[in-house]
Ligand binder design. Structure first.
Ligand SMILES: *Cc1c(COP(=O)(O)O)cnc(C)c1O
Length: 453
């Protein structure tokens, strides 16, 4: 008997529409506010940053939004992504649980991020945009957008958080291989970057600062727009291809999840796997438990406040209502760079407020232990971010062993770790530590939240 079972869909089964959870929620998301007036923003306020098609998706209440044919054509390069049954892992854990994982590491950039990068590049190209700016932390989003820019003939400029720029030369090399320009942030190319450097010349940078830089360049140039790799409604929307495909594949396996697990940085891959299942539950179907797994060092869902906050450090972005640690919060260093954002997607925050999901925070060593156990049984080395979902799935499988229940667990393996081997080197050398975040720094970042009536 073969050890792993892989469920593969034909190309014709790539979803024809993305799924918009807003259509099925019992209450609408809170409006996005203008940073100056604190009034709800209109489409014109966002037009300097995003093409109209994406702004329309950001506020859409339609359940299904058609995926344009050219986007589906590009998706065909790696979609439908495989769904695997983790039989060897099940045996290693000696659990009665059935564990399935959707594998998004098969994309050219090695993660789920091209699902939205390709769509965003397409709509920008259609709108006559010549260049996209963006920020990147660990480098996954920058490489996904660089790849998508190459596919649709757009220039891409990436502001990469200084500490990752210095530590992850391969990610920068990948972006450059796809033709993008990658500079360390803070840079001397923007007012936001120069202001930070004037005060802290040796800063390691942060995602919030890099966002300020990318937004500033886009706002100042007519031919340039900005692309964000997570958090926003339209980004989560594009990621729902993950869960929609997984639904069809679970059907092939003659199974339905009792538990759905994903890791959360800004919330996009989690929304991608979970929202189609949550929506089916809201429409009267089975309601799996849905679990968001985040890093203990940057715990926005489990420790943040549900409040209006800025998306960036420089306070150039609109205010969104989300679980936030405060835009001034800088998490301690840890290896899942893609999970170091101070806020959570407004839609993921809302579904937590509505009691539709659970959240859990895990320290990094426990996540790397899970990642190695996964690699040794299933063969794929997960991205450090994905290890949080692996930890969550393994913990649920161990709970099944304790109570003797054969539950079905589905998790999203959002990317491979082939560019992140330094993290595994450090872990295996015993050099990783679980540094807690600074509670007083969190309290002062929360005290500085904007006052919104
Ligand atoms: C970017 C990234 C994340 C975090 O972003 P989400 O929007 O929360 O998905 C997680 N895993 C991988 C592999 C990433 O590249």
């Amino acid at each position: 008997m073969s050890e792993t079972v892989k469920y593969v869909l034909d190309e014709s089964r790539i979803p024809k529409a993305w799924y918009n959870l807003v259509a099925d929620l019992p209450r609408p998301p809170a409006p996005v506010l203008h940073p100056g007036t604190l009034q709800p923003v209109g489409p014109d306020d966002l037009a300097p940053l995003f093409p109209m098609a994406l702004i329309a998706q950001e506020v859409s209440t339609e359940r299904e939004i058609e995926i344009p044919a050219p986007v589906r054509t590009v998706y065909r390069q790696w979609r439908p992504a495989p769904l695997h049954r983790a039989r060897r892992l099940e045996r290693a854990l000696d659990t009665p649980a059935r564990i399935f994982y959707k594998y998004e590491g098969v994309s050219p950039a090695g993660s789920h991020k091209p699902n939205t990068a390709v769509a965003q590049a397409f709509y920008n190209k259609e709108a006559g945009v010549r260049r996209l700016t963006t920020e990147t932390g660990a480098g996954q989003w920058g490489s996904a957008l660089a790849y998508a820019g190459a596919t649709f003939g757009l220039d891409v400029q990436v502001f990469m958080v200084r500490v990752s720029f210095d530590q992850k030369p391969y990610r920068k090399a990948a972006m450059e291989a796809w033709g993008a320009r990658c500079v360390a942030s803070p840079s001397r190319e923007t007012n936001a970057g120069r202001a930070v450097l004037a005060e802290q010349p040796d800063t390691t940078g942060s995602l919030g600062i890099a966002i300020s830089e990318a937004v500033e360049v886009a706002a100042q140039h007519d031919d340039t727009k900005y692309a964000l790799g997570s958090v926003l409604n339209h980004v989560l929307l594009h990621q729902t291809v993950i869960g929609l495909e997984a639904m069809a594949q679970m059907e092939m396996a003659d199974a339905y999840p009792d538990i759905v697990v994903g890791c959360t940085g800004g919330g996009s891959n989690f929304a991608g796997i979970a929202f189609p299942f949550i929506g089916a539950g809201l429409r009267g179907g089975a309601k799996p438990r849905v679990i968001a797994c985040e890093p203990a060092a940057c715990p926005s869902l489990t420790r943040g406040r549900y409040a209006y906050d800025f998306g960036d450090t420089g306070h150039l972005t609109p205010l969104v209502k989300m679980h936030t640690l405060g835009s001034g919060f800088i998490p301690p260093g840890f290896h899942a760079g893609g999970l170091r954002y101070h806020g959570m997607a407004p839609l993921v925050s809302l579904v937590q407020e509505l009691g539709l999901i659970e959240s859990r925070a895990y320290p990094q060593i426990a996540c790397f232990e899970a990642g190695l156990q996964f690699a040794r049984s299933e063969g794929i080395i997960p991205a450090p971010e994905a290890n949080h979902a692996v930890r969550g799935a393994i913990d649920e499988a161990l709970a099944c062993k304790r109570d003797g229940q054969a539950r079905t667990i589905l998790f999203n393996l959002c990317g491979h770790g082939n560019f992140d081997m330094q993290a595994y080197i450090d872990f295996q050398a015993g050099r990783l530590t679980d540094s807690p975040y600074d509670e007083s720094a969190l309290q002062s970042a929360l005290a500085a939240l904007p006052k919104v009536a």
